[in-house]
Design a protein around this ligand. Structure first.
Ligand SMILES: *[C@@H]1O[C@H](CO)[C@@H](O)[C@H](O)[C@H]1NC(C)=O
Ligand SMILES: *[C@@H]1O[C@H](CO)[C@@H](O)[C@H](O)[C@H]1NC(C)=O
Length: 290
């Protein structure tokens, strides 16, 4: 618009008018440069907190329950591709990569355009794989989102939600998401329950029903929370997380995330609407599991 007016002034042949416009341009440009520099300075000075974010999709071929799971076709596309496409829609991620130790998975992912980081076969779980991938990335990141490859229906808004939760909670090193637990899933030990404090920080996770009603039954009125697989970490914390020694509650419940709480770290939890359609075995989704 401004450029247009400069052209029309110049073509009108009024040299005086034209130079005024150029002076005006100079002032506008100068102001823009100052404002930009100030914004950049302000962001850096104010921490520009946890701004650089990478989404990592750890994927392995061998799974005790479902061999080759990431490559299984869902409505004509490999499951890992669906997860990747969903992740690419998240607005908070600067970069999305697949981390795998398997050439078949790597080849498939490259074919649909994903960046792949090869990780060693010695990674014992997804967290270790994310950590190794983070070390191998050329760019530095402040936040890592661990996006499970078996959640082909993950909503980009949930990814953005956990990232923003971590950015908004400097005292937390970890963030994750929960959704409403269906009462009939109360006794299912594969459904991990979560309880949070008034400020949305995790108090505890359990395979048992928490809280537990003295009637011994599921209270149909209580808003129980189901933990979803997605988690994001401060990248400094991710570096030490796999090396923190196992803790008693973590071992007893067989839940990695308890190690975070037992070591005294804070975890921010967001509540989302989500139908958990994760894929555990070839024939059943987690929802329909008997
Ligand atoms: C337990 O659950 C019942 C419904 O099953 C509910 O009426 C009651 O308020 C709950 N809490 C306690 C403390 O009993
Ligand atoms: C991953 O596996 C290692 C080795 O079994 C274990 O020490 C660690 O607690 C696991 N979980 C995480 C989050 O690192």
């Amino acid at each position: 618009m401004v450029i247009c007016s400069a052209d029309s002034m110049a073509s009108s042949g009024s040299s005086g008018g034209s130079s005024k416009v150029w002076i005006a341009h100079g002032i506008v440009l100068g102001a823009a440069v100052v404002a930009g520099a100030y914004a950049a300075f302000y962001l850096r000075w104010s921490g520009g907190f946890r701004t650089r974010v990478v989404g990592i999709i750890p994927a392995r071929f061998a799974s005790s329950r479902f061999e080759g799971k990431p490559l299984v076709q869902i409505l004509g596309k490999p499951m890992i591709q669906r997860t990747w496409e969903r992740s690419k829609l998240a607005t908070t991620l600067d970069h999305v990569v697949v981390a795998t130790d398997d050439e078949r998975i790597a080849e498939c992912c490259r074919s649909f355009g994903a960046d792949v980081i090869m990780t060693s076969e010695s990674c014992r779980n997804g967290t270790e794989r994310c950590n190794e991938a983070l070390q191998k990335l050329v760019k530095k990141y402040d936040v890592v989102v661990n996006i499970q490859g078996d959640e082909p229906l993950i909503e980009p808004e949930i990814i953005d939600g956990v990232v923003k939760a971590l950015q908004g909670a400097p005292d937390a090193v970890f963030s994750t998401a929960v959704t409403s637990l269906k009462p009939e899933d109360g006794a299912d030990t594969n459904r991990v329950k979560c309880i949070v404090d008034n400020h949305g920080y995790a108090i505890y996770f359990s395979r048992g029903l928490i809280p537990y009603n003295k009637s011994g039954k599921v209270n149909p009125k209580f808003p129980y929370l189901l933990h979803l697989g997605i988690q994001s970490y401060d990248s400094k914390f991710l570096r030490i997380y796999p090396d923190l020694p196992p803790t008693p509650l973590q071992l007893e419940e067989d839940l990695e995330q308890l190690k975070v709480l037992e070591n005294g770290y804070k975890m921010k939890v967001i509540k989302v609407d989500h139908d958990a359609h994760g894929v555990d075995t070839p024939r059943t989704s987690r929802r329909s599991k008997p």
